[in-house]
Structure formats: C-alpha cells, structure tokens
Design a protein. Structure first.
Length: 509
C-alpha cells in the first residue's frame, strides 16, 4: 500500500566538503588501475617475478575487486556507507604500504589482492554516498559531473604520475603514493560526512548470494584474463566461462527467491538502470582497449618515454573534464539523459574512428590530439548522466548495490576489453607479419615491418572498439527513456519498491 510522499530532509551543509574527500578517494582507486601497469616491468625485475606470473600482479587485484563488488555494495547498505568508506580507505592504504614494501612475489600478489578487497568496499560506498547526499537536481548534476570527470580522466593522470614516479624515483612509490591520498580522504570523511540515517538496509546478509555472485564474477573475469594469455579455446578458459554462466544463473534464481537478496532484481530490471549498466560496460570495453593500444603505440612505435606518454593523454583528460562538468552538468537538468549519453558515445566513436587511420609515422597534432579531444568530450558528456542515472530512483536501502553494479559493469567491461581487443590485435599483427616478413631482407626493413604489423594490430582492434561504442550509443538511446532531471519530483523511499518510484514522470532514474 502506497504512503503519502515523505518531505525530503534539508540538504547536509557539509556535502560539498564531503564531495572533496570522496573525489580524492575515487581518484586514488582510478589512478591505481593504470599506475601499476607502468611500474610492472621494474617491479618484476626487482622481485624476481616470473614471466608466467607477472600478469597476476594485475589479475590478483582485478579478481578480488570484481568478485567482491556486489558484496561491498551490500556491506555499505548494511553497515553504513561512511563506515564502509573509511574502512575501505584505511585497508587500501595498508595494502598499498605492503605492496610498496614487498620483498618477493608472494608478498606483492597478496598486497594486490588485499587492495582489490578494500577497493571493493570503497568504490560502491563512495558512489552511493553521493547518491544519498546530493538529492537536489542541479547540485546532483554538478556533483556527478565532478565524479564522472575523475572516473573518466583519472586513468590518464595515472599514466603521467606512474611515469614520473617510475622514471625519477622507483616503482615502490607507485604504491606508497596511495597512502597520503587514503589518509587525507579517510580523516576528512570521518569528520565531514554525515550520512542520512534512514538509508540503511538492515536485512540479514544473503550468504548464498554472496558466494554465488563472488565465484561467478571471479570465474568470468578470470576467464577473460586467461583468454588473453592462453587463447579462447584453452580448456581452463572454456571451463571458467561455463562455470561463470552456471554460477551467475544460479545467483539470479537465488535472488528471485530469497527474502533479503544481495542484489534485488528490481535494481536491474528497471529499463533505465539496465540500459546504463549495459551501455557503460560496452563503453569501458572500448576505452580499455584504447588506453592499452595508444600507450603501446606511443612508447614502442613512436619511442615516447613513460612521462611523455602520460602527457600525450592530457587532451583526453581535458575533453573529459569539459564534457562532464560543462556539457553534461549544464544540460542534465534540461534534456533527457539519452540525448546526452547517445550523442556522447557517438562522438567518442568518431574520435575512435580517426584512430583507425594510425600509421607508423602519424602526426600527434594532426590526428591523435583531435581524436583524443573528441573521445574525451564524448565520454565525459555520456559518463556524467550515466553515473547519476545508475543510482537515481533506487530506494535508499539499495543505493550501495546499485552503485556496485556501476563498478561491476566497468570492471567486467575492462576485463572483456583487454582480452577481446588484445586477441584481435594479436591475430591481425601475426597475419601481417606472415604476409610481409619474406619481403623484409634488411635489418631496417625488418624493423619497419615489425612496427607496421603492430600498428595493423592496433587499428584492427580499434575498428571493433568503434563498433562497440556505436552499440553503446544505440542501447542508451533505446533503453534510457526517462525525462530530464529537473528536480520536480523525488523517488519513493517508502519501501514499496522501485516500481512505485518509476511511475513518477521525471525521476524514473
């Protein structure tokens, strides 16, 4: 039975200060994703990590983070988002200290897995805090614009910082740099964040759901990681994919039956949120591929240093900040989200399309810079309403798991993007080498053919990334059908279910 609308509480006067510390924490998590990639070769040599095990420095984090995100989101709803956020920060700092002090392979891999565990607490808590603290439409647009810019551009900042730290200090500082970020954010959050008390979900924890979702997501992420290194037909790869399908299907069946599900299906089945999770996941697939291939292209083909490579990504960061804070934020309260998301993904696709024209001697200013600007503007414009839409309209008690689904779609998208696009690139490179190796008879010619084969691989994979972005745009346009967030109504939080909330025009976010 529906109740009369509840008057929303007065906005928290400390909310903008709180956003500062949430943004610092988000930047730390996003930085960590790319900063470690740059440090990996040096760390591998210092710690004697074998060639076969080096991928586990990345994979150990990805499995723990991706597998435990839904659990972390539910813990935030149950235990309190502020408490979960601060705990995640302290744990992440401790794990980073352990990684920086690592004396061998086992210590490093353990530290990376621990970072993933605490990251899975921290990331959904951060996003759900924004969702429950910023409820007025224009303020919400501005807050999510800042958050979206950091989420999108932080990875490129990580390339710059990672390059500086690795080149001028040593790889250990790529871990130690997290500690001041975490301490500042944790202390600030402890004193500034005032979480609304009515948003808790105190239902008992759904243990079968936790086990099935964690194992299913771990199997899925590991399957794609394994496919990248051992091939798609490898027995373990196929087993992981089959296991993930079985486990995640069992998870959905369980969630439909249990009284207090880990992930209430109402969070997924509302078409706007479903459209956001799907389109965001697809966009991340293409973006991960771009970071990977453009980094290799600049460093290996064009001989950029790590620091110069980082700076070469600045136009994309600039584009994302402008797209998110100036275009997305200003228009979100005036136009429907799909009219920002769909054109945003399409503009990014045009930028990606430019990069299919890469050659061994391509001009940075003539092609790479304008392509990055378009990619940044498009992604920033699309990410901003997507981040807001993914949590708007959910009941406060579901804000944590709804936030976790955003992170899960990004994490799974990243794993798929790295594996799928790498495989496509490797196949195209091999085919080009096979066709042209015989004609390269001098060392200079062989070097040129090797460089051209790499570029052929990158551009082949980037063509797929263009198609994936076009698909993301189409999904956003078709599935996301809510109106502009003008703040004229607020979502129901009376526990009657999201179905009631989404009948209100404007806020069916």
């Amino acid at each position: 039975m529906s109740q009369s609308p509840v008057t929303p509480p007065a906005p928290d006067p400390m909310r903008w200060k709180a956003l500062t510390f949430i943004a610092i924490a988000q930047l730390m998590v996003v930085l960590d994703a790319t900063i470690v990639n740059i440090a990996l070769p040096s760390a591998q040599e210092d710690l004697g990590i074998s060639e076969g095990n080096k991928q586990w420095v990345i994979t150990a984090y990805a499995l723990a983070f991706g597998g435990l995100l839904l659990f972390g989101g539910r813990i935030a709803d149950l235990w309190g988002r502020k408490r979960t956020f601060v705990t995640g920060l302290i744990g992440f700092a401790a794990a980073s200290a352990l990684g920086g002090a690592a004396t061998g392979e086992a210590m490093m891999l353990g530290a990376r897995a621990l970072q993933g565990v605490f990251g899975a607490l921290l990331a959904p808590a951060a996003l759900s805090l924004l969702a429950v603290m910023f409820t007025e439409a224009k303020e919400r647009a501005k807050a999510f614009g800042i958050y979206g810019a950091i989420a999108g551009g932080g990875g490129a900042v990580g390339l710059i910082l990672g390059g500086f730290l690795t080149e001028y200090l040593n790889w250990r500082w790529t871990f130690f740099v997290n500690i001041p970020f975490a301490i500042i954010a944790a202390v600030g959050a402890y004193f500034v964040i005032r979480e609304p008390s009515e948003g808790r979900n105190r239902s008992p924890l759904d243990i079968p759901g936790v086990v099935l979702s964690t194992l299913g997501l771990v199997a899925l992420v590991y399957g794609f990681t394994r496919a990248e290194s051992d091939g798609w037909s490898d027995a373990v790869t196929v087993t992981m994919f089959v296991a993930s399908v079985v486990l995640l299907a069992a998870f959905v069946v369980t969630e439909a039956k249990v009284k207090s599900p880990l992930l209430p299906l109402r969070v997924l089945t509302e078409r706007n949120r479903g459209g956001v999770y799907l389109s965001l996941g697809l966009a991340i697939i293409s973006m991960f591929g771009l970071f990977l291939f453009l980094t290799y292209y600049l460093q290996i083909v064009q001989n950029y240093s790590p620091v110069k490579t980082g700076f070469a990504f600045l136009p994309m960061i600039f584009g994302m900040i402008v797209g998110s804070t100036q275009i997305g934020t200003r228009l979100m309260t005036r136009v429907a989200p799909r009219l920002l998301m769909a054109p945003g993904f399409l503009l990014a696709a045009v930028g990606m399309l430019l990069l299919t024209q890469l050659e061994v001697d391509t001009s940075y200013a003539g092609l790479i810079l304008p392509a990055q600007l378009m990619l940044g503007l498009g992604m920033g414009t699309a990410f901003m309403p997507a981040m807001s839409l993914a949590t708007h309209g959910v009941e406060p008690r579901d804000a944590g798991v709804a936030s976790a689904m955003v992170n899960t779609s990004q994490q799974v998208g990243g794993a798929i993007g790295t594996a799928l696009l790498n495989t496509i690139a490797a196949s195209a490179t091999t085919a080009y080498l096979t066709d042209h190796a015989a004609s390269a008879t001098t060392p200079a010619a062989q070097k040129l053919v090797a460089a051209q084969s790499m570029v052929e691989g990158y551009t082949s994979a980037i063509w797929w990334a263009v198609g994936i972005l076009v698909a993301a745009s189409a999904i956003a346009f078709v599935l996301v059908n809510t109106g502009a967030d003008d703040g004229s109504a607020t979502a129901s939080s009376d526990g009657e279910g999201v179905e009631d909330a989404v009948k209100i025009p404007v806020v069916a976010h």
